[in-house]
Design a protein around this ligand. Sequence first.
Ligand code: NAP
Length: 492
Amino acid sequence: MTDLPRHVRIAIIGAGFAGLGAAIRLIEDGERDLVVLEKAADVGGTWRDNTYPGCACDVPSVLYSFSFAPNPLWSQSFSRQPEIWDYLRACVDRFGLAPYLRLGVELEQASWDDEASHWRIRTSRGDLTADLLVAATGGLSEPRIPDIPGLDTFAGVVFHSARWQADHDLTGRDVAVVGTGASAIQIVPEIAPTVGRLTVFQRTAPWIIPRSGRPVSRLTKSVYRRFPVLQRIARNVVYAALELLVFALLHPRLGRALQWVARRNLARQVKDTRMRAALTPDYSLGCKRILYSSDYLPTLQRDNVRLESTAVAQVLPHAVVGADGVEHEVDTIILATGFHVSDQPIADRVIGRDGQTLAEQWRESPQAYDTVTVHGYPNLFLLLGPNSGLGHNSVVIMAEAGIEHLRAAVRHLRASGAVAMEPTARAQAAFVTEVDRRMSGSVWTAGGCRSWYLDPTGRNSALWPGFTMPFRRRLARLRPEDYELTPSQGDR
Ligand code: NAP
């Protein structure tokens, strides 16, 4: 039986990068009265859940760690999933997080009790209350299963890329991969040599930039271990280089240079003109997430692989039918169809001061102040909340920026003696207006595509529209005038 405390100062939901990072930093600040509730049996978040063949990070390893916990031992320039998962588990040991973790505990509901100024939390293992609630559940955790007619009648095996069925041996199978996003282009080259036939269903062609990962030499690892400052310098150089991509994303005309690189790569790797035409996107690069791969395009030209440039219209018990009406017999379907981003389940489970769930509040579009706090939801802190995703750099940096804001808020509460804080409606609206202003004319809204960055209203509520440095500076400093405080009972 998991021993849940009856009350804690801080309850963190989720033990992925953001949740673990928050726990580490808060404990360092002297906050010992906290728990991390994790619905799964282990830590790791997306790096625990995504175990598909080829799963790796497309951000350079040197940048894909906490800034305060560099890893000199990455074995590849672009780390693979098992190593990133190991890194996160090592952080649990290194920072002594085990006593704070409650694994196998799922948040069912959290509602703000305005009388008591705390969160009433119902979990799969019992109830507790918490002064502060930190939602660190990640934007890419809930698989999106497409609503394809007949999918439930399929007689073979079907699974989502983020719920890989390792016990289903793909050797010699007739497999369909639905989708051509970041997950699919890692899966396809890995499974193609093993399967019998592979049919890839591409609804929209992605822009692909060549990328060659390589092993990190023993010399580099030992230099990084002995001289951490050198790894820090390497990290900063890579960080600065990736930041330059912002110019291409905010000003689509500047993105044409990168588009040229992608086109040239396509021309070099795909000689067949019809196939090349099918693989050429009809929107600006960056509008959807830029993909990085050097082996995906060659794999599509293998004898046992077929690219079907069509959406999936229907599934029959033994076949997948494209929008062109052609039936493709398969025995396995892999849905690399992405995640619920603007409609995450946690939003249905968090109820604010006025009895509204976050999902109801966000009916139009997910909005927050500085991406972290929400008017009407006192003492709620979202890590990687609305508009904190990135299309060009490491999202761990954004998670850390949110953690800094949380730390500043905790300090502010302590110093003021207040029991609760929430952003003013005016401050939140001003932030959202500023984000939307920067977003206008960017490749995400003017690039001619429909992506998971956009919510149903067509607003980009997923990404931060700019450089990360000013974002980090902004979040690190709490502006007291943008927050309303609730004094403690004694001070009222
Ligand atoms: P995704 O980018 O959302 O791609 C989903 C794919 O499924 C798209 O090609 C989409 O087509 C297609 N699709 C969805 N419904 C379909 C339908 N009914 N019929 C046919 N095609 C359909 O999902 P993802 O590849 O899992 O990636 C999600 C995010 O995870 C990435 O953008 C990235 O942020 C992250 N990720 C990162 C890494 C990494 O290396 N760091 C690796 C994997 C994933 P349309 O384009 O037409 O919508």
